[in-house]
Design a protein around this ligand. Structure first.
Ligand code: PEP
Ligand code: MG
Length: 580
C-alpha cells in the first residue's frame, strides 16, 4: 500500500511502498516533474466575450497541434492514447461549456479551467478507465491555459545525465515520449497498476513504481533504488544497498545478453520439454514487428478497441480488414487471437457512444458502477451490427492473407463473458460468419464457476487476469488507493484460474492467459501449474518469462501451484511458490 517513508535504524535510508510495474531495478538521482502552472484566479473579462472565445479557440487548436506533434513521435498504445486526448480537447460539448462560462462573464483562462474541471469530475464519477481519462484531460487543460498565457507547458525535465523521474502522475503524452536514454525509471505518487502510466511504462520497458501515495516526499536530486519486483523505493540508500542493486542490474543485463546470444527466439517450453507457447499482447499493427523480434510465437491478445479509440464514427469493414490483415501478415503460420471490441464504460469508444445516442465518450449513459455495467460482450450485444461488421472484417482479413499460402491461424474471442448462454451467442455468431476457432475471455468470476459448461461450447478460453482480479476482489483496478487488491497472486484468483485450467484439461481444450499476470515470470510458472497452456504478455516481458519456464519441469510447476493455492494471502502465495 502507499506508505509513509520508513527510516532504517542503521543509516539514513527510507522506504516507500507502491506497486511495481515489471521486475527491473534502477538506481539513480531523482528529478521531479515541475509543478503544474498556477490555477487561474476567478475573475471577469472586460466585456468582449467574442475575443475571449476566439482566444480559447486558438489556444485549443495550439494544444491539439502540440499533441498531434507528440502523437507523431509516439507509437502503439502511446499514440492511440494521445490521439484520444486530442479528441477530448476538441469535444464540442466541452467547447460549448467553456463558451457558456465566458458568456456569463468569466475570463477565458478561468472558463477553460472550470469547464475542463467539470468534465474531469464527470469522467472521474464514471470510474474505471474513464476515470483515468480525467488525468489526460487535466493535461489538455494545462496545455490550453499555457497557450492562452503564451507560455510553454512544463514537461518532463531536461537533463544531460540519466535520472529517475518522480511525478504525481504522468500525462500519456509524457510517458509515451520519455527519452529512454535518459529516464532510468519512473515513480508516481498516484495511479494503479493498470493506469495508462503503468501500461505505457510496461510497453516501453521502463522500470516503474506507481501509487507510492500522495504524501510521499522524495527530494530533487536524492539518490534512490527503484525495485519494481518488490514495489519498494529506497530513498538515500546505503552503499551496500546501491552495490546490491547494481549487481542485480548487471546480472539482469548479462542474462538478457546471454539470451540474445543463445537465441532469444527459442520456443517457450518447460525444462522437461512441455511446450508453452509465448505470445504477444498487441494494441496495434505497429507493435507487431517488435513482438516478432522479441520472439513472440504469435499473438495471444489483439486489443482491437485500442485501434479505434480516436474514431468518431464506427470503422468500416474495409478499414478494419486493412488493420487486421496487417497484423496477420506479421505472423504467417502462427496463431493470432483477436478480441472483439472491449467497449463500454471502461473503454471510451466515441462511435459506440454515438450509436447509443447517450453518454459521453462512449459511456453507455450514466452508470453508478460502470465496471459492472454495459461493457465488453454486453455492449456488443446492444450493437449487433457493430459486432457482425467486426467479425466479417476478421473473416475477410483472414481470407485475404490465406491467398499468401501461409496465413496466420486466426482465433477470435469475446471480452467480458459471464456464462454458457453468452458463450453460445458469440460462438454461434462467429461460426455462422465462417470463423473456425472461437473462444471467450474469462474475466468474470461466474465464468470460472461454470467453465465446464463454457468449454463444452467454446474452442478455447483466455483468462484476463486484470479484470478477473478486479472482480474477484471487488476492487476497481484503476484506483491507486486500492492498488494492493489488484494482485493476481491472491489465492482466490489462483483458485478461479485452477477451476478454468481443470475444465480445459477435462475438455481437452486450450486455456491461455493474457492478463498482466502472465508477464510475471514466477507467476507464469504457477499459472502453467494451474493448467494454462499458453501465455500472452507485453512483448518486453517475453525473455524473462521464457527463461523462468525453461528452468522448471511441469511437475515442479504443479508443486509450486499447489503451494500458492494453499497460501492465505497474495504475499504468502508468492513466498510459498518461491520455496516449493
Ligand atoms: C484482462 O482483463 O486481463 C485483459 C487482458 O483485458 P484488458 O486489460 O484489456 O481489460
Ligand atoms: Mg479485461
Amino acid at each position: 500500500m502507499p506508505a509513509m517513508a520508513q527510516g532504517h535504524p542503521d543509516h539514513g535510508a527510507a522506504e516507500l511502498h507502491g506497486v511495481g510495474v515489471g521486475r527491473s531495478i534502477a538506481v539513480g538521482r531523482v528529478l521531479l516533474m515541475p509543478e503544474p502552472p498556477a490555477e487561474p484566479a476567478p475573475g471577469s473579462h472586460g466585456g468582449d466575450a467574442a475575443a475571449e472565445k476566439a482566444a480559447v479557440a486558438d489556444a485549443v487548436r495550439a494544444a491539439a497541434e502540440q499533441l498531434a506533434a507528440l502523437a507523431a513521435r509516439a507509437d502503439g498504445p502511446g499514440r492511440a492514447v494521445i490521439e484520444a486526448a486530442i479528441q477530448m480537447a476538441e469535444d464540442p460539448m466541452l467547447a460549448d461549456d467553456v463558451a457558456a462560462r465566458i458568456d456569463a462573464g468569466t475570463t477565458a483562462e478561468r472558463a477553460v479551467f472550470e469547464g475542463f474541471r467539470s468534465f474531469q469530475r464527470q469522467l472521474a464519477d464514471l470510474g474505471g478507465d474513464l476515470a483515468e481519462r480525467a488525468t489526460d484531460l487535466a493535461d489538455v487543460s494545462r496545455r490550453v491555459i499555457a497557450a492562452l498565457r503564451g507560455v510553454a507547458v512544463a514537461g518532463v525535465p531536461e537533463s544531460d545525465t540519466a535520472f529517475i523521474l518522480v511525478a504525481d502522475d504522468l500525462a500519456p503524452a509524457d510517458t509515451a515520449l520519455l527519452d529512454l536514454t535518459k529516464v532510468l525509471g519512473l515513480i508516481t505518487r498516484g495511479g494503479g497498476p493498470t493506469s495508462h502510466t503503468a501500461i505505457l511504462a510496461r510497453a516501453r520497458g521502463i522500470p516503474a513504481i506507481v501509487g507510492i501515495g500522495a504524501d510521499a516526499v522524495i527530494a530533487e536530486g536524492a539518490r534512490v533504488v527503484l525495485d519494481a519486483a518488490s514495489g519498494i523505493v529506497i530513498v538515500d540508500p546505503s552503499d551496500d544497498q546501491v552495490a546490491d542493486a547494481e549487481n542485480r542490474i548487471a546480472v539482469e543485463a548479462a542474462r538478457a545478453m546471454a539470451r540474445i546470444a543463445e537465441g532469444t527466439l527459442a520456443e517457450g517450453a518447460l525444462a522437461d520439454g512441455t511446450r508453452i507457447p509465448l505470445l504477444a499482447n498487441l494494441g496495434s499493427p505497429a507493435e507487431a514487428a517488435r513482438a516478432v523480434e522479441l520472439g513472440a510465437e504469435g499473438v495471444g491478445l489483439l486489443r482491437t478497441e485500442l485501434l479505434f479509440l480516436d474514431a468518431a464514427t464506427a470503422p468500416t469493414v474495409a478499414e478494419q480488414q486493412r488493420q487486421y490483415a496487417e497484423v496477420l501478415a506479421h505472423f504467417a503460420g502462427k496463431k493470432v487471437v483477436v478480441r472483439a471490441l472491449d467497449a463500454g464504460a471502461d473503454k471510451p469508444l466515441r462511435f459506440l457512444g454515438h450509436a447509443c445516442e447517450h453518454g459521453y465518450l462512449g459511456a453507455p449513459g450514466h452508470e453508478d458502477n460502470p465496471a459492472l455495467g454495459q461493457r465488453g460482450l454486453r455492449a456488443l450485444r446492444a450493437h449487433p451490427g457493430l459486432l457482425t461488421d467486426q467479425l466479417r472484417a476478421l473473416k475477410n482479413a483472414h481470407d485475404e492473407t490465406a491467398a499468401t499460402g501461409n496465413p496466420a491461424e486466426l482465433w477470435v474471442m469475446a471480452p467480458m463473458v459471464a456464462d454458457a448462454a453468452e458463450t453460445r451467442y458469440f460462438v454461434e455468431l462467429a461460426r455462422d460468419i465462417g470463423l473456425p476457432t472461437v473462444g471467450v475471455m474469462a474475466e468474470i468470476p461466474s465464468l470460472a464457476l461454470v467453465a465446464d459448461q463454457v468449454l463444452a461450447i467454446a474452442d478455447f478460453v483466455s483468462i484476463g487476469t486484470n479484470d478477473l482480479t478486479q472482480y474477484a476482489l471487488a476492487a476497481d483496478r484503476t484506483l491507486g488507493p486500492l492498488a494492493s487488491y489488484q494482485d493476481p497472486w491472491h489465492p482466490a484468483v489462483l483458485r478461479l484460474i485452477k477451476l478454468i485450467g481443470d475444465a480445459g484439461a477435462a475438455a481437452g481444450k486450450p486455456v491461455g492467459i493474457c492478463g498482466e499476470a502472465a508477464a510475471d515470470p514466477a507467476l507464469a510458472v504457477v499459472l502453467v501449474g494451474l493448467g494454462a497452456t499458453s501465455l500472452s504478455m507485453a512483448p518486453a516481458a517475453l525473455g524473462d518469462v521464457r527463461a523462468e519456464l525453461a528452468a522448471v519441469t511441469w511437475e515442479r510447476a504443479r508443486v509450486k501451484a499447489a503451494a500458492a493455492l494453499a497460501a492465505d494471502s497474495a504475499a504468502a502465495a508468492r513466498a510459498a511458490a518461491a520455496e516449493a
